[in-house]
Design a protein around this ligand. Structure first.
Ligand SMILES: *[C@@H]1O[C@H](CO)[C@@H](O)[C@H](O)[C@H]1NC(C)=O
Ligand SMILES: *[C@@H]1O[C@H](CO)[C@@H](O)[C@H](O)[C@H]1NC(C)=O
Ligand SMILES: *[C@@H]1O[C@H](CO)[C@@H](O)[C@H](O)[C@H]1NC(C)=O
Ligand SMILES: *[C@@H]1O[C@H](CO)[C@@H](O)[C@H](O)[C@H]1NC(C)=O
Ligand SMILES: *[C@@H]1O[C@H](CO)[C@@H](O)[C@H](O)[C@H]1NC(C)=O
Ligand SMILES: *[C@@H]1O[C@H](CO)[C@@H](O)[C@H](O)[C@H]1NC(C)=O
Ligand SMILES: *[C@@H]1O[C@H](CO)[C@@H](O)[C@H](O)[C@H]1NC(C)=O
Ligand SMILES: *[C@@H]1O[C@H](CO)[C@@H](O)[C@H](O)[C@H]1NC(C)=O
Ligand SMILES: *[C@@H]1O[C@H](CO)[C@@H](O)[C@H](O)[C@H]1NC(C)=O
Ligand SMILES: *[C@@H]1O[C@H](CO)[C@@H](O)[C@H](O)[C@H]1NC(C)=O
Ligand SMILES: *[C@@H]1O[C@H](CO)[C@@H](O)[C@H](O)[C@H]1NC(C)=O
Ligand SMILES: *[C@@H]1O[C@H](CO)[C@@H](O)[C@H](O)[C@H]1NC(C)=O
Length: 604
């Protein structure tokens, strides 16, 4: 009774289906309940992460990732590899992890290596500190006895940071940058405090030393006092400029800021066992729901930049830390498990599904909530997908250790040496900064930031709207996309290489500020529709051949090692008047000319 004419149709349909599913079949199909599924996918993701790292190869520097990745991200990645070992038991990368962690310790064993110090921020140092703290908490194989030990390294980082607590402005807090000549010296940012806070809380827990807890408490109080944490909605904002006494907030929210505060609050809760810290923790977790999108509002997104396509290299990795830290807190605050895990599970399934990129067909992109691969690959994307995948194993994994409960890492409460309170470099590599160098250092710190008005999703949020932030964001996502692809067609982003070259060629454009140096950076306009492949648009394209290859494609950023910006924070726009100067488009043609009626205008 078959109708023969339908057979070919069925065949066609079946074939089409097969084709479609065979494409899908290449994506990871994660079963978050199966250890086997989680570990086998994690193994492949880890392989693809480590493939970016060359530091262990002959002639390379252990602990550095190739351009465009900054020093801090390598430290964060070592933390991910510790996590990988802890969750899966696979020690394949332990040697390179230990080698990298020990190579970058610097002269006084506090993660201030000379090659990085001049542009090092507290947050950069903090990420290395958090990684060695994890090594201590999980008895990651201890270094040989003649080498600095994990706990001692974490303590030294903590000590140097405590000595930088700055009461000159904003009645406390850490500045973003360590040294005065770096532009971000005038900015106090949440992630620097969050790293210090979480490190202090974890040291208190590990060592039982109340001094660390006092510092964590103080940092928390300061964050509340300057309103970097909003105690109404429990959002964590990015930071503020010292010249306003931290009264004018930079409103962007990034996953790692919230994550770092959540991590420290959980450790403090475990340390104090107090209702006060439990409430703080629970409130922050509620606030962090702002980062979950998708139809069920349960898929993690870097909402400030994903929705508008402007995440920079650093920002590609931030979800790794929120994933890692949300998993961690379920150990220190077991009552959070049932709240947090559904979000991590849903996010991990979504993250794994979109890993179909690259030559091997399994590289992960940035955006998890779109059911499709976004075409990007990188250390950050890979690290984030791996962390969220492994987070599914936390329920069956052992709790962090303390000195009393099995932790074997040796400490040194007095670590930090000459770097304690150092405000000027010394030694041959620390020669007094001359004009040219100062210029270099400052620009290294401030470039490569795509924090331009109109490119940060959260600027679209209307606090007074009845809709929740996530609902608003969803609306905004699509309108932002429309904006992105049609109306604007032009996205501004900073030229790293080109910015340096052009600005260096035109040193007169730099203006001195009281503190630090203001550089007028170049802005490049990128036009998607024109199929730009990274050249400057407009008149300055004639000059690109004399400059380092220009930015735009994130993965093509920074062609020269010397152009590393070591800090990881987006600088505040638009609230921050002093920094605003530093990112104004330079006037002449040597700066990136904007097409489309000057996206630079939008920025002011
Ligand atoms: C966790 O352990 C339980 C009990 O051994 C097991 O049933 C479950 O599958 C495990 N889950 C994962 C994700 O490993
Ligand atoms: C790690 O280093 C040790 C000692 O050098 C060596 O015995 C071991 O095989 C190495 N492991 C791996 C996975 O490379
Ligand atoms: C510092 O840079 C020099 C030159 O590139 C390199 O040989 C050395 O290994 C680096 N040191 C660290 C700790 O990265
Ligand atoms: C977080 O968990 C990872 C793996 O679970 C571990 O390596 C790291 O030490 C943990 N950190 C904290 C703060 O528990
Ligand atoms: C804090 O959140 C509340 C509620 O969303 C909002 O009205 C207020 O403006 C926020 N405060 C700051 C400083 O952003
Ligand atoms: C910042 O606060 C300090 C002390 O509270 C005060 O002396 C200073 O004048 C303030 N600066 C500004 C710009 O408000
Ligand atoms: C503190 O952490 C330990 C180890 O994870 C856990 O067993 C204990 O229940 C936690 N304490 C509190 C108050 O949650
Ligand atoms: C979302 O996915 C659709 C296809 O499913 C694709 O056309 C679109 O570009 C994606 N959006 C982003 C922001 O990646
Ligand atoms: C506790 O930590 C502080 C700050 O690092 C240190 O000065 C003090 O010596 C430590 N106390 C003990 C008993 O280790
Ligand atoms: C891409 O760059 C190459 C040289 O770097 C140039 O020849 C080519 O025209 C560019 N393509 C587009 C679409 O701009
Ligand atoms: C490059 O310079 C030439 C003359 O020097 C000019 O005619 C041309 O328009 C410039 N190209 C661009 C893309 O601006
Ligand atoms: C290239 O830029 C320099 C200044 O940065 C300028 O003097 C020169 O005229 C430019 N060359 C072209 C061909 O535009």
């Amino acid at each position: 009774m078959e109708n023969p004419s339908r057979v070919p149709l069925l065949v066609r349909v079946a074939t089409a289906l097969l084709l479609a599913t065979s494409q899908l079949a290449t994506a990871y199909d994660l079963n978050p309940d199966s250890r086997e599924s989680i570990t086998s996918i994690s193994k492949q993701m880890a392989e693809d992460l480590v493939a970016f790292y060359k530091g262990n190869e002959p002639g390379q520097t252990p602990g550095l990732l190739p351009d465009p990745y900054y020093w801090w991200e390598a430290g964060a990645m070592m933390g991910t590899l510790i996590d990988y070992w802890y969750y899966t038991g696979d020690d394949a990368y332990n040697n390179i992890t230990q080698q990298a962690l020990l190579f970058q310790v610097g002269d006084t064993n506090d993660y201030m290596p000379r090659n990085q110090t001049r542009t090092e921020g507290n947050d950069d140092q903090g990420f290395w500190g958090l990684s060695v703290m994890s090594a201590a908490e999980y008895n990651f194989p201890n270094p040989p006895a003649d080498k600095p030990q994990w706990l001692a390294l974490a303590q030294a980082v903590f000590n140097t940071q405590a000595s930088r607590w700055d009461t000159e402005y904003c009645q406390g807090g850490l500045r973003w940058q360590i040294f005065t000549w770096n532009n971000g010296f005038d900015y106090k940012n949440s992630i620097s405090q969050a790293c210090f806070f979480a490190l202090g809380a974890r040291l208190a827990l590990y060592t039982g030393n109340q001094t660390y807890a006092d510092w964590a408490e103080k940092t928390w109080n300061w964050m509340i006092g300057v309103k970097f944490i909003n105690t109404t909605n429990w959002y964590v904002y990015d930071g503020a400029d010292v010249e306003t006494n931290c009264t004018v907030l930079t409103p962007y929210q990034f996953t790692y800021n919230a994550g770092g505060m959540i991590l420290g609050a959980a450790a403090m809760y475990n340390y104090t066992e107090s209702q006060v810290w439990k409430d703080r923790l629970d409130n922050l977790i509620t606030g962090s729901k702002v980062f979950f999108t998708g139809p069920k509002s349960n898929i993690m997104a870097e909402v400030a930049c994903e929705s508008v396509g402007t995440c920079n290299v650093d920002e590609h990795s931030f979800k790794a830390y929120l994933s890692r830290w949300l998993a961690n807190i379920t150990k220190w605050a077991p009552h959070t498990y049932n709240t947090v895990m559904p979000y991590l599970r849903a996010s991990s399934i979504a993250a794994a599904k979109q890993c179909v990129g690259g030559k091997n067909g399994r590289m992960c992109g940035l955006i998890w909530s779109n059911n499709s691969y976004d075409g990007t690959t990188g250390v950050g994307q890979q690290m984030a997908a791996l962390e969220v995948t492994m987070a599914n194993l936390i329920g069956n994994s052992s709790a962090p250790l303390t000195a009393d409960r099995g932790g074997t890492s040796q400490g040194d409460p007095g670590g930090g040496g000459d770097d304690l309170g150092r405000d000027q470099p010394n030694g041959p590599d620390y020669a007094p900064i001359n004009g040219g160098d100062r210029f270099g250092a400052a620009i290294l710190t401030i470039l490569v930031i795509a924090s331009v008005i109109g490119t940060m999703g959260f600027l679209f949020l209307d606090e007074t709207s009845g809709q929740g932030p996530v609902a608003q964001l969803k609306g905004c996502y699509f309108s932002a996309k429309g904006f992105y692809y049609s109306a604007s067609a032009a996205i501004t982003t900073f030229a790293a290489g080109g910015g340096i070259a052009a600005a260096a060629a035109a040193g007169r454009k730099r203006g001195e500020k009281e503190k630090g140096v203001v550089i007028k950076e170049k802005v490049v306009t990128k036009s998607r529709d024109s199929g730009s492949n990274g050249s400057l648009q407009g008149s300055s394209s004639n000059n690109t051949s004399t400059e380092a290859p220009l930015v735009i494609n994130q993965s093509a950023r920074h062609s020269r090692a010397s152009q590393r910006r070591s800090s990881n924070m987006p600088i505040g726009w638009p609230q921050n008047p002093s920094l605003r100067n530093s990112v104004v488009v330079a006037e002449s043609s040597s700066a990136g000319a904007s097409t489309e009626g000057s996206s630079s205008n939008r920025r002011l």
